[in-house]
Design a protein around this ligand. Structure first.
Ligand code: NAP
Length: 242
């Protein structure tokens, strides 16, 4: 299957590192022009320069002016593929969790998807073509101690995905979520070999996922070939959760 995204523009939030960076690379390699967005302006500009068919965008999706910033962005260049990837954790046991830890996580992982997506899909609807891909987590499906705020945000993004898919499917805009399991990033690299092996034991495929495992699923969902898939959650967890 040859995936060709030439002529499409993609906006990837949280593209400065980790999974988002791999998604930006994957989409650019498939021919899309990628708007690489994150708070670290320097890093996204570097990445965009490396990719060639890309633009770095300094954007804090949790800031009060995020909606206006995105509106200005899409006014300049319509976005065909939106990947809501930026996300944070602020873990704590529930009884100790500070209200700010709850609010920060919900604001970044959920509220921002509302604002960003609303600004972007208006033009997709008019164009009668669009792809919205939301990065959730298996934690939103199975829960995880110490992550009540994060699991809530990731479960909510699945409801968001399903409801929006039903609303805008008739306009040829698909909306899907991806639920990654344990993915090898700077965070998991910091764990010792023992801890990583214990994690891998719980996974059917006996290894942590790579950022490319997630990016491949995103590129497929963004493609023409995935045009009949909407409202789904693609589980990229190596069988950690089935
Ligand atoms: N890693 C995993 O094992 C795993 C598993 C399941 C799901 N996920 C999900 O996958 C997504 C990416 O995770 P990751 O592991 O790649 O995380 P990461 O390495 O911590 O990267 C997070 C990205 O989000 C950006 N970001 C955070 N807050 C932002 C804000 N307010 N505005 C704009 N950008 C912001 C960061 O860039 P700046 O700091 O430059 O803004 C960074 O590019 C997240 O939604 C996460 O919940 C990850």
């Amino acid at each position: 299957m040859n995936i060709d995204l030439t002529g499409k523009t993609a906006l990837v939030t949280g593209a400065s590192r980790g999974i988002g960076e791999a998604i930006a690379r994957g989409l650019a390699q498939s021919g899309a022009h990628v708007l690489c967005a994150a708070r670290s302006a320097e890093r996204v500009n570097e990445l965009a320069a490396q990719l060639g068919n890309a633009t770095g965008v300094a954007l804090d999706i949790a800031a009060p002016d995020a909606r206006e910033r995105v509106a200005a962005l899409v006014k300049e260049r319509a976005v065909d593929i939106l990947v809501n990837n930026a996300g944070i954790t602020e873990d704590d046991l529930f009884i100790r969790m500070k209200p700010e830890a709850w609010t920060n996580v919900i604001r970044t992982n959920l509220d921002s998807a509302f604002a960003v997506t609303q600004e972007v899909v208006k033009k997709m609807i008019r164009a009668r073509w669009g792809r919205v891909i939301n990065i959730s987590s298996v934690v939103g499906l199975m829960g995880n101690p110490g992550q009540v705020n994060y699991a809530s945000s990731k479960a909510a993004i699945i409801g968001f995905t399903k409801a929006l898919a039903l609303e805008i499917g008739s306009r040829n805009v698909t909306v899907n979520a991806i639920a990654p399991g344990y993915i090898q990033t700077a965070m998991t690299d910091a764990l010792g070999d023992d801890a990583r092996e214990k994690l891998a034991e719980r996974i059917a495929l006996k290894r942590l996922g790579t950022v490319e495992d997630v990016a491949n699923a995103v590129v497929f969902l963004a493609s023409e070939q995935a045009g009949y898939i909407t409202g789904t959650v693609v589980n990229v967890s190596g069988g950690l959760y089935t």
